[in-house]
Design a protein around this ligand. Structure first.
Ligand code: SF4
Length: 246
């Protein structure tokens, strides 16, 4: 089967696969009222066998990287088996997860053994109380323990995503940067998106990515050339830091 390309002859090697829309967090900008099941039919999620078939077909069409997302993908009881099913495809060399980190302390060793190669964790605050206020879950310590467990399990770096919001956590930029100074954590600040029901939140808390970029540059961070795995992010490096920021 030929590689997937679009009308502009761009090739696609990367698949994002949502394995559930369930999440146990209630982030203010995503699920402020918590996850609500759609009716009684749970069959909207791909089964393990369907995931096996889908990723086999994508691998045959040139996919080299699969990102497992949700909702919160680790809410699936068979999440470790899902990783192993994707791993059966030798041509898929990178298997990533985007997670809220809730199950990492318990499961990240098993995920690595099953074939996971990359982790992105959402951490919107380094202050436990503010973390609780933003996510609706008092799980800051568990998420931090999960990141430590990922390093213990052998991951050389962990990517952390943080949505910076004006008058909430945007003043914590320096705290975040101090946190990654000596750790191989690649920190990525994410601009708050305007969603259908989130217009009011957006108007109150949106802070432009350009403001963050200018603050990074003022502190000596230098913009890097965009790599294939950087997606839409602008990546920065600093001589005093192990990891990258973006
Ligand atoms: S952890 Fe992710 S999926 Fe869950 S509510 Fe927060 S942003 Fe949404």
């Amino acid at each position: 089967m030929p590689q997937f390309t679009d009308a502009y002859a761009r090739s696609f090697y990367y698949l994002r696969l949502s394995v559930t829309d369930v999440c146990n967090f209630r982030c203010t900008y995503c699920l402020p009222n918590g996850y609500k099941p759609h009716g009684t039919n749970n069959k909207s999620f791909l089964s393990l066998d369907e995931i096996r078939r889908v990723t086999r077909a994508f691998a045959a069409a040139g996919t080299e990287k699969v990102r497992l997302t949700g909702g919160e993908p680790s809410m699936r009881r068979d999440f470790t088996e899902i990783i192993a099913a994707v791993r059966e495809n030798a041509s898929i060399r990178q298997i990533a997860v985007t997670t809220n980190g809730y199950r990492m302390a318990r499961d990240v060793h098993a995920w690595r053994d099953a074939g996971l190669t990359q982790i992105n964790v959402s951490v919107d605050s380094l202050d436990a109380r503010q973390f609780h206020a933003i996510t609706g879950q008092d799980k800051f310590a568990e998420v931090m323990a999960g990141i430590d467990a990922a390093f213990e399990a052998g991951f050389e770096k962990v990517k952390v995503n943080s949505v910076l919001m004006r008058d909430l956590n945007s003043h914590s930029l320096d705290t975040f940067l101090a946190w990654i100074r000596t750790r191989p954590i690649q920190l990525r600040f994410i601009e708050l998106m305007e969603t259908g029901e989130g217009g009011d939140l957006f108007r109150r808390h949106h802070i432009s990515g350009e403001v963050i970029r200018d603050r990074l540059i003022m502190q000596g961070w230098q913009r890097q050339l965009r790599g294939r795995s950087d997606g839409p992010a602008q990546v920065f490096r600093h001589p005093d830091y192990q990891a990258k920021s973006g």
